[in-house]
Design a protein around this ligand. Structure first.
Ligand code: 5GP
Length: 186
């Protein structure tokens, strides 16, 4: 069945390519965490689809945690101010955390979250990011498991939104004519 695609969205990465890449990352994670229980920390809202697919492809005991974060003001550019809108429900002290991010753009959100989590004394923190836009990096951050590197374009779909729309697209796409007056994203 062909997936839903609004006419203003151009496909950038197909569902098939995403599925293949997620399977590869999950196989690598399964190998590298062999024998351990992993805490997948899904950064809401944009990572919910990636985290769900990744979790089901990892062949290890997995615990899910969710962290609500708002990193943008009234713009499509990161303000550098990261607000935690929903905190973890359980302590992560002594846990192996895999932080699951949708996209690393400037890197400000990820570096802030790493600092925050470190203060909660987990055994380890690694990062899985679906997308990375190296052109816009302001803060160098280590990504241990990366899906795709992309150019400096605004992407939607597969969990990512524009003004809370398009999260349910099965593929990753680019908006043909994004409005300049962007609303806050998650
Ligand atoms: P950073 O702090 O790295 O600049 O921003 C990371 C967050 O900004 C991501 O988790 C995501 O929510 C949002 N973001 C960055 N680039 C894009 C993009 O191209 N599309 C969408 N929908 N969100 C983005």
């Amino acid at each position: 069945m062909p997936s839903f695609r609004p006419p203003e969205v151009r496909e950038l990465i197909s569902k098939r390519r995403i599925d293949e890449r997620v399977a590869e990352l999950a196989a690598q994670i399964t190998r590298e965490y062999d024998g351990r229980t992993l805490v997948l920390l899904c950064v809401l809202k944009g990572s919910f689809v990636f985290a769900a697919d990744l979790a089901r492809a990892i062949a290890l005991p997995v615990r899910m945690e969710f962290l609500g974060v708002r990193s943008y003001g009234a713009d499509t550019k990161s303000s550098g101010v990261v607000q935690i809108t929903q905190d973890l429900t359980r302590p992560v002290e002594g846990d192996d955390i895999l932080l699951v991010e949708d996209i690393v753009d400037t890197g400000l959100t990820l570096s802030y979250l790493r600092e925050q989590l470190r203060s909660r004394n987990p055994a380890s923190i690694k990062v899985a990011a679906l997308l990375h836009k190296p052109a816009r990096v302001e803060r160098e951050v280590e990504i241990d498991y990366l899906g795709f590197t992309i150019d400096d374009v605004f992407v939607v779909g597969y969990g990512l939104d524009f003004a809370e729309r398009y999260r349910n697209l099965a593929f990753l796409g680019v908006l043909d004519a994004p409005s300049a007056a962007a609303l806050p994203t998650a």
